[in-house]
Design a protein around this ligand. Structure first.
Ligand SMILES: Cc1cc2nc3c(=O)[nH]c(=O)nc-3n(C[C@H](O)[C@H](O)[C@H](O)COP(=O)(O)OP(=O)(O)OC[C@H]3O[C@@H](n4cnc5c(N)ncnc54)[C@H](O)[C@@H]3O)c2cc1C
Length: 424
């Protein structure tokens, strides 16, 4: 029997596992027990979601798929010897391997960042940050929170802080971004709109400045300026995990694992990579939907590779990106066209509900029922009802607009993406 090892069991890894034939011995490895719906973890910060509402149990999902789940960190992958080493030093041999471990935090060499700046990558991280903010609120003193990084994650974190705490006059928030503006790489109108929405609140946005040091209660900028920071949240970048870097696999110019069109790595035909860790050409934004689609193609191609059949190419879908800014606005971005409306939050929520339900299908029946009801009810109560019940509907409509029009090509691509999602 051929053996396949999948490293990482989130979007890309689980999607691949669902495609692998039952005639193959498949081992799915992840250091954590639960699948996490990462695109919504920022909502834990405001209490719109609980840690458990973004979870599904991996051992149950993987068992339903007919494969074996191993909950251990992977320490090493040796493509030439065709084996991986786990944290307990046990080894697993493979005929083919899929790397889907996502990315890890990048401190960019800033002193004290690892010790004092809070990670914002998992539901557990965000739950911990929320407890710290709540403790600062209870202290009764004025306090400041710094978000380092004004990219997608930083902005979504800022939005949730404002959703929950914008009326707390003792709290001040600062955003530090090295680039000359927020959300570099996205249409500038979004950064402008966010800056405008922040104006009534105690938010200090500083772009074009780097960070030199983080301490327990302060940050030091490149300029030498020292600023108080009772809580520093790190959303300033990612990199491939160390065990991948040390594996001898070829990296691309962006320092991701270079893959061919069929998602086979360049250096070793028996190793595939999918999701955030994969360096596809042209470079893709690090999005969950790309990870899901890549995982699915990688899984099918591994079946074909093991049977010496021709493999298929991964063709990235041109889908819109949704960026939530708490209850103040949500942006739907299709290339250069940007729609903005607080009501789009429900579209992002619908995607979450849809995929969680699809993934739940791999769970035993009793888990599907309870999980679905809790998720749907929690979301209704926390996201949809506040918008409607406070008679804010006119205000919401006033804030709904096309922020930027990029042309008919964007609308065509958007309609195509919606059609594909709806008919899946
Ligand atoms: C705060 C935040 C908000 C986001 N918002 C959005 C959004 O709105 N829309 C969107 O499309 N995308 C969003 N993303 C990006 C999206 O989450 C990623 O693109 C997606 O998770 C990538 O999937 P993946 O399977 O490649 O990796 P991941 O989801 O990161 O999964 C990697 C898995 O590998 C495991 N792993 C890692 N190293 C090891 C090891 N050594 N041993 C064993 N297991 C290991 C991890 O535990 C994890 O389960 C967001 C990400 C974050 C952090």
């Amino acid at each position: 029997m051929k053996s396949v090892v999948i490293v990482g069991a989130n979007f890309a890894g689980l999607s691949a596992a669902s495609q692998l034939a039952s005639t193959i011995d498949v081992k799915v490895i992840d250091s954590q027990a639960n699948f996490e719906w990462t695109p919504n973890i920022h909502e834990i910060l405001s209490g719109v979601k609980q840690e458990t509402s973004v979870f599904l149990e991996r051992p149950k999902i993987v068992a339903r798929l007919g494969h074996q789940f191993i909950q251990k960190p992977v320490l090493q992958i040796d493509p030439e010897e065709q084996r991986i080493t786990l944290a307990d030093n046990s080894r697993l041999a493979f005929d083919a391997c899929l790397l889907a471990p996502g990315l890890s935090r990048n401190n960019h060499g800033v002193s004290g960042a690892e010790e004092y700046a809070e990670n914002f990558r998992t539901a557990q991280d965000v739950t911990r940050i929320r407890s710290k903010v709540e403790a600062l609120c209870r202290s009764g003193k004025a306090f400041s929170v710094t978000v380092v990084g004004g990219g997608f994650t930083g902005i979504e974190a800022l939005g949730e802080l404002l959703r929950r705490y914008r009326k707390n006059s003792r709290m001040s928030i600062r955003v530090i971004e090295r680039d000359s503006r927020l959300l570099a790489g996205q249409p500038a109108v979004i950064a402008e709109d966010i800056t405008r929405l922040c104006q009534p609140f105690n938010v200090d946005i500083r772009c074009g400045v780097g960070l030199k040091q983080v301490t327990r209660s302060s940050i030091v900028l490149d300029t030498g300026e020292k600023l108080e920071s009772d809580l520093t949240i790190w959303t300033a970048g990612t990199k491939i995990p160390e065990f991948v870097r040390n594996s001898g696999l070829q990296l691309d110019a962006g320092e991701m694992v270079e893959v061919q069109e069929n998602l086979q790595t360049r250096a070793f035909s028996n190793v595939f990579a999918a999701g955030d860790v994969a360096g596809f050409s042209p470079a893709l934004s690090k999005q969950a939907y790309h990870a899901l689609d890549m995982g699915s193609i990688a899984g099918r191609n591994i079946n074909r590779y093991l049977k010496n059949q021709p493999m298929r190419s991964f063709v990235p879908a041109d889908k819109p990106i949704a960026l939530a800014f708490g209850d103040l606005n949500t942006y739907l971005i299709q290339q250069q066209t940007v729609f903005a409306s607080p009501l789009l939050a429900t579209a992002k929520e619908a995607v979450y509900q849809l995929y969680m339900t699809q993934l739940s299908r791999s769970l035993p029946l009793q888990d599907i029922g309870g999980g679905l009801l809790n998720r749907a009810f929690g979301s209704m109560r926390n996201l949809l009802i506040p918008e409607v019940s406070r008679l804010k509907i006119l205000d919401v409509l006033r804030r709904s607009k096309v922020l930027q029009w990029g042309g008919l090509d964007d609308i065509e691509a958007f309609s195509r993406a919606m059609l594909i999602t709806a008919t899946r």
